[in-house]
Ligand binder design. Sequence first.
Ligand code: SAM
Length: 228
Amino acid sequence: MRIDIVTIFPAFFDVLGVSLLGKARSSGLLDVRVHDLRDWTHDRHRTVDDTPYGGGAGMVMKPEPWAEALDAIVADAARRPTIVFPSPAGEVFTQTTARELSGHQHLVFGCGRYEGIDERVFDYATMLGDVRLVSLGDYVLNGGEVAAMAMIEAIGRLVPGVVGNPDSLVEESHEDGLLEYPSYTKPALWRGREVPPVLLSGNHGAVDAWRRQQQLERTRDRRPDLLG
Ligand code: SAM
């Protein structure tokens, strides 16, 4: 999978060099390219923002550098990409979104700052790729970088080969609409707290039934909205 990221803060994405995604990059499973939006400005101050038409607080990202950045990325692409703009006004990102996007060959993330990107950029981008405005949740971040990072990690780990044991992806929270069951490791007794005895029983059927029950109870207690 190829992932292009356009941002005015490329350093945010340095962490993509570590852990599982870092390994996936080294091995070629993920081809991640981080671009500085200011490289597509043409003034001495490398300006990417301007005052909003109609007045109001804050600045808006200018359309010209965005169009040039997207043009350049798409000109160099083997196929029509999916262009994701992180936005608090977009569809909410879920595990279903992550799974769907993990099947795409080429994703482009456009990270907004200030009050956001000139609205016309989203329309222009539809000529270059399939555009998605995607929110990390119902709160407002300073920029799209942290949202893009979270999405890239959630998507990237679903790309075949990125996580060593594919079974560990299947049993996780949200994969079957429920939260995951609790996990324990050694020692069996730790600071007066015991591991549930069924997990030490060796009875796989009983373990499965206990885990399923825990999933249902947790989901009911913590996220009843998931049960519909
Ligand atoms: N004025 C915008 C609004 O009210 O919808 C918020 C702009 S926010 C300060 C700047 C940028 O942060 C946005 O363009 C977007 O890229 C990103 N952002 C903020 N909150 C986000 C969220 N919940 N999910 C995804 N991106 C977010």
